[in-house]
Ligand binder design. Structure first.
Ligand SMILES: *[C@@H]1O[C@H](CO)[C@@H](O)[C@H](O)[C@H]1NC(C)=O
Ligand SMILES: *[C@@H]1O[C@H](CO)[C@@H](O)[C@H](O)[C@H]1NC(C)=O
Ligand SMILES: *[C@@H]1O[C@H](CO)[C@@H](O)[C@H](O)[C@H]1NC(C)=O
Length: 393
């Protein structure tokens, strides 16, 4: 290394150490000014991608907040929406939406039904081709390249409207909420023993996606682990007279939650590895499982009905009429409309959470209650020194 550069990097490393010391010893850190959020995942954070790509969302979705189906699997806002609001940013436009988008403050690459790993056709649910993490990252790269070119070509300010500033990419927050559909596909097509062996490969595919984003300049990562899939209302409603031990002590399907816990254990370990491997990045790992499980187990205390109550949808005797749909069952026409007050429910449609539940969860994860570093969302750009990351465990 050139001597001059070495001196500069020495000075920088001293400055960084001082900053780190003052951060550790200080009472507060500066808030990060994220100009944009780029999100990747499945229906838990899809703000309209699936609706744009496949079938437009139907009523009564969106009724609580948007007063129209807004492409979300909920009556209102999702956790990612509350995160954007927390920074005063507009709600994220889906990358695939062709109308009315604004990408100045980020884009959403999440698509309902998506997995981390590519599935082959025999594993699709209802024939829906999902957008695995790898494809979502390719779409981001395409987005970055094209928006940068358009931004630079623009001769007037008005031509840049709705485009991100090229310099903003590296200052943005990159968020992930995925894995639930990999588990669901595993439960559909494999034995537990077979699936456990697949988990490392799934986690590696997610890590590849993160590394590829890092190579594109992404630096601040906020990674949700996967939720308690064994507590989904639609599953619980179909269980009658379970064998002893089939349910855990809070009445959720034990083997499914155990698989989610194993997945999360390996994901957390991988995030720790990535912290070392990608030293310029800040990683925050969020225990979404614990946050959702806390809501589910404290439901009554927190003013919610039981986890198995579904606001919108008909799921009796193995007949499923999904939220907003009509069907004839046993000669009777069923319209699966919504409940009177969605804010009493945890589950919106049997699989996804209501706005009230999402709001509850978002409050906890935004203030750092479920972050491994205990950093709130507003400080997700700060890299803690490796040592203290280890100690915090
Ligand atoms: C699809 O994946 C399953 C599970 O991994 C495998 O058993 C099957 O052979 C695959 N089918 C094709 C056509 O690749
Ligand atoms: C149809 O109705 C009969 C009589 O009420 C009931 O026993 C049966 O379980 C119903 N079938 C379905 C599929 O709901
Ligand atoms: C985070 O927010 C929740 C819900 O408002 C609150 O109960 C909790 O005490 C807060 N935790 C911290 C660390 O601020």
């Amino acid at each position: 290394m050139d001597k001059h550069i070495r001196n500069i990097s020495f000075v920088i490393s001293i400055l960084v150490s001082i900053l780190v010391m003052s951060v550790n010893g200080g009472t507060h850190r500066l808030s990060c000014n994220f100009p944009a959020i780029y999100n990747f995942g499945d229906s838990n954070s899809d703000t309209g991608g699936s609706s744009a790509a496949f079938w437009p969302a139907n009523d009564p979705k969106g009724e609580t907040f948007f007063h129209r189906p807004a492409g979300r699997g909920s009556d209102g806002r999702l956790i990612i929406d509350f995160m954007a609001e927390h920074f005063g940013l507009p709600l994220l436009s889906p990358y695939l939406d062709s109308l009315g988008t604004n990408f100045r403050h980020g884009a959403n690459f999440a698509i309902g039904g998506s997995t981390i790993r590519r599935l082959n056709e025999s594993m699709f649910l209802n024939g829906v081709p999902p957008f695995p993490t790898e494809i979502q990252v390719v779409q981001f790269r395409n987005f970055k390249e094209r928006s940068t070119r358009l931004y630079k070509q623009a001769k007037r300010k008005s031509e840049r409207r709705g485009l991100p500033r090229p310099d903003d990419f590296t200052k943005s927050l990159f968020t992930f909420d995925t894995g639930q559909n990999d588990l669901a596909a595993g439960f559909r097509t494999m034995t537990n023993d077979q699936f456990v062996k697949e988990i490392p490969d799934i986690i590696n595919k997610l890590a590849d996606g993160i590394s590829n984003l890092y190579n594109e300049g992404a630096r601040a990562f906020w990674i949700h682990n996967t939720g308690p899939i064994g507590c989904l209302a639609v599953t619980l409603r179909g269980i009658h007279d379970p064998l002893p031990g089939y349910l855990d002590r809070h009445g959720c399907v034990k083997f499914q939650n155990d698989m989610a816990i194993e997945f999360n254990k390996q994901l957390k370990k991988k995030v720790m590895e990535l912290r070392k491997k990608l030293p310029l990045a800040a990683f925050t790992y969020i225990d979404m499982f614990a946050a959702k499980y806390k809501l589910i187990t404290d439901a009554q205390k927190e003013g919610f009905l039981d986890k198995a109550e579904i606001c919108c949808g008909y799921h009796e005797n193995n007949n499923h009429v999904w939220c907003g749909n009509d069907a004839i069952i046993n000669g009777t026409k069923i319209h699966a409309g919504s409940c009177k007050d969605p804010s009493n429910y945890i589950s919106w449609d049997g699989v996804h959470y209501t706005e009230a539940a999402n709001h509850w969860i978002a409050d906890y994860i935004i203030n750092g209650s479920f972050s491994d570093t205990k950093l709130p969302l507003s400080q997700a750009c700060h890299r803690l020194p490796l040592q203290s990351q280890v100690e915090l465990h």
